[in-house]
Design a protein around this ligand. Structure first.
Ligand SMILES: NC(=O)c1ccc[n+]([C@@H]2O[C@H](COP(=O)([O-])OP(=O)(O)OC[C@H]3O[C@@H](n4cnc5c(N)ncnc54)[C@H](OP(=O)(O)O)[C@@H]3O)[C@@H](O)[C@H]2O)c1
Length: 287
């Protein structure tokens, strides 16, 4: 059995390659990063069709993941389509795609891009499973998808709750599906509880050792702050619109899909804080 993991050096991927074990082949852009993973790897890029074709040789199953949303056109769409095309050409038996909760064609940023890719995968003829995670707890240890100002958290979430999920649980869920494919099914991966951003700020304050507050802003003002911090205005407006959608409570429900796939309860935010203390302190020392 050979399982090709794309996005192998990323937040999810580096946990996943360890969990897949001897069957794994990591698809990496950089040889040194591949070597550091300590597993078999092939060097290539989503923009290099020959490298994808080479990587797919003899591969049975593929984990499809890459970088998130960026300003402007979403390169993740052509990148992930190229992986799907190469997998279909090579006769791969199953593709597990990492998406996002509420992915849909016409959605903003990652939701829209993943919606397009999900439909492309479903139309490809390849057997597929889609994993739709909620926001990552790791955003609070990497700084990804988190807005800060003056060392505090800012946003337009109101007092809505979000059932953030730990990337370890996403990786564990992906490893389970790669070992035992579940064709034509979509799983929504959440944590076990939903927290407000004020509750999250309080918990971060305890770990970081200083006060971190959550400052709620009207979406237009939040977009202005993001633009002032250097983001292009259309991107900032889309981010603010997405955060304002969260305020409706759409990311608050919890599901049992992590437990169904992995046979263990998903990690709590407190578990995440305990196992990522140093990276959280490091990230918030720069906020
Ligand atoms: N953050 C959230 O809250 C959240 C929530 C739900 C879903 N998501 C989705 O999660 C995904 C990101 O997952 P992640 O955080 O694990 O990824 P990540 O840490 O951002 O890493 C991205 C990975 O993709 C690789 N990559 C980027 N461009 C590539 C290219 N042209 N060719 C080959 N490989 C390339 C990177 O390799 P290098 O090491 O070479 O850069 C890296 O391994 C996105 O699709 C995002 O929409 C995020």
């Amino acid at each position: 059995m050979a399982i090709l993991v794309t996005g192998a050096t990323g937040t999810i991927g580096r946990h996943l390659v360890r969990r897949v074990g001897d069957d794994v082949i990591a698809f990496v852009r950089d040889k040194a990063k591949g070597h550091a993973l300590g597993c078999r790897y092939v060097v290539g890029a989503f923009t290099d069709h020959d490298s994808l074709a080479r990587a797919m040789r003899g591969v049975d199953r593929v984990f499809l993941n890459g970088a998130g949303a960026v300003p402007g056109e979403q390169p993740m769409i052509p990148h992930q389509r190229a992986v799907i095309d190469a997998a279909a050409e090579a006769g791969v038996e199953h593709v597990v795609k990492l998406s996002v909760w509420h992915a849909r064609i016409g959605g903003k940023l990652a939701e829209g891009a993943h919606g397009v890719i999900e439909e492309y995968l479903k139309a490809s003829g390849l057997p597929w499973t889609i994993l739709q995670p909620n926001g990552f707890m790791q955003n609070y240890s990497t700084g990804t998808a988190v807005a800060t100002e003056g060392g505090h958290l800012i946003g337009s979430y109101g007092d809505s709750r979000v059932s953030y999920v730990d990337c370890e649980d996403i990786a564990a869920s992906a490893a389970a599906v790669l070992a035992n494919p579940q064709p034509d099914r979509t799983f929504v991966l959440t944590g076990p509880e939903a927290l407000t951003h004020s509750e999250i700020a309080d918990k971060l304050s305890t770990v970081v050792g200083r006060e971190i507050r959550y400052i709620d802003l009207p979406p237009t003002e939040f977009a202005n702050r993001l633009t002032a911090a250097g983001l292009p205005a259309p991107f900032a407006a889309d981010v603010a619109a997405l955060f304002a959608e969260v305020a409706t409570g759409k990311l608050a429900p919890t599901t049992s899909d992590v437990a169904t796939l992995t046979s263990h309860s998903p990690r709590t935010f407190d578990d995440f804080l305990r196992t990522n203390t140093e990276s959280i302190k490091e990230a918030w020392s720069k906020a």
